[in-house]
Design a protein around this ligand. Structure first.
Ligand SMILES: NC(=O)c1ccc[n+]([C@@H]2O[C@H](COP(=O)([O-])OP(=O)(O)OC[C@H]3O[C@@H](n4cnc5c(N)ncnc54)[C@H](OP(=O)(O)O)[C@@H]3O)[C@@H](O)[C@H]2O)c1
Length: 305
């Protein structure tokens, strides 16, 4: 299959390039930094220089591809509109990457019992996101509505992804930030009491789900991507064990924002995001292999980095 992919130099996109090329697909991969052309080619992809704002480039690549994967930016509405316009009436797949902070509750590290299923995305579900997440959800809904325009459009809504990146960028968004802060300061920190819980998934299992969605997901379908959940307190304890540090310590949300910025501190690290990937398992036969983020941290994170 000829696949056009955005985000080739990123954690998710680079890992997908590696998996898809390994599976024998031809991948034309968008990168916005000309200096990284050789690195993209080194992954076995055909480099395409351009930005998500380059409507003509996205349209041209979508026209020549059999399928498109948007793995660059869950919050870039213009790219989604360009790709949908180009693919309208073709029946080709558009796999869009979203993130489960859409259900995040900004709890400052406190626990929430609320668990979300994929029906949140169904028309008429009545669910609405927090104001901070409305724009991302609007993009997801635009993608899903692509089904009415003759696009086999799919949203994969990833939870916390762990695992070493398989492409150029090896670090994900959430755990590496906690680890870097702990290594630099000698104290592992979580937001508030760290009782907040995030669903999570290993990168290789995530890649497998993208492949399955590419092959068989129906038009207009939304999937959460998770294989377990854990509290930030438990993940922080695993980080302390891996780095040989003492008891993790709570951080006020103000201190966390100063270190990581608002979005990361309040949503990526300070909220609950508890979701269930029911559809991926039942509709696509997805059977993830990795089950424990804390085992992974203890086995794969080291003091040296
Ligand atoms: N990692 C996770 O756990 C996770 C979970 C759920 C959702 N997400 C979401 O999924 C998306 C991708 O995540 P990631 O972890 O792979 O992020 P990442 O490592 O930062 O990668 C982002 C990629 O997109 C490219 N990109 C960004 N803006 C672009 C633009 N305007 N034009 C062209 N390329 C652009 C980046 O290029 P450069 O290298 O040039 O910057 C990079 O290749 C993000 O929106 C993230 O919020 C991530």
């Amino acid at each position: 299959m000829n696949i056009f992919l955005t985000g080739a130099t990123g954690y998710i996109g680079g890992s997908l390039v590696s998996r898809l090329v390994g599976d024998g697909h031809t991948v034309r991969a968008l990168h916005r930094d000309g200096d990284r052309k050789d690195a993209v080619a080194g992954m076995g992809a055909e480099p395409v220089l351009g930005d998500l704002d380059d409507r003509d480039i996205l349209a041209g690549e979508a026209h020549r591809a059999d399928a498109v994967i948007n793995a660059a930016d869950s919050d870039h509405a213009g790219a989604v509109e360009s790709l949908l316009d180009a693919l309208a009436g073709t029946g080709k797949p558009l796999i869009h990457t979203s993130g489960s902070s859409i259900v995040g509750d900004a709890s400052n590290g406190e626990y929430s019992p609320t668990v979300y299923g994929e029906d949140v995305a169904d028309p008429g579900s009545g669910w609405e996101p927090a104001a901070d997440k409305a724009a991302r959800v609007a993009i997801d809904r635009t993608v899903l509505a692509g089904a009415d325009r003759g696009v086999r459009s799919v949203v994969l809504c990833n939870s916390l992804i762990y695992g070493h990146g398989l492409g150029i960028k090896t670090d994900s968004v959430q755990l590496p930030r906690l680890v870097r802060q702990a290594r630099a300061s000698g104290v592992t920190r979580h937001v508030g009491p760290g009782r907040n819980v995030w669903s999570n998934v290993h990168l290789e299992d995530m890649c497998e789900l993208y492949v399955r969605a590419l092959g068989q997901a129906p038009a207009g379908s939304f999937y959460f991507v998770e294989n377990g959940e854990e509290s930030y307190r438990a993940m922080s304890e695993a980080i302390s064990d891996a780095l040989g540090l003492g008891e993790p310590q709570p951080w006020s949300v103000e201190d966390a924002v100063a270190e990581w910025g608002y979005e990361v501190a309040v949503y990526a690290l300070g909220s609950n995001s508890r979701v269930r990937a029911h559809r991926a398992r039942t509709e696509l036969g997805w059977a993830p292999k990795h089950a424990s983020v804390t085992d992974w941290i203890r086995n794969e994170v080291s003091a040296e980095g």
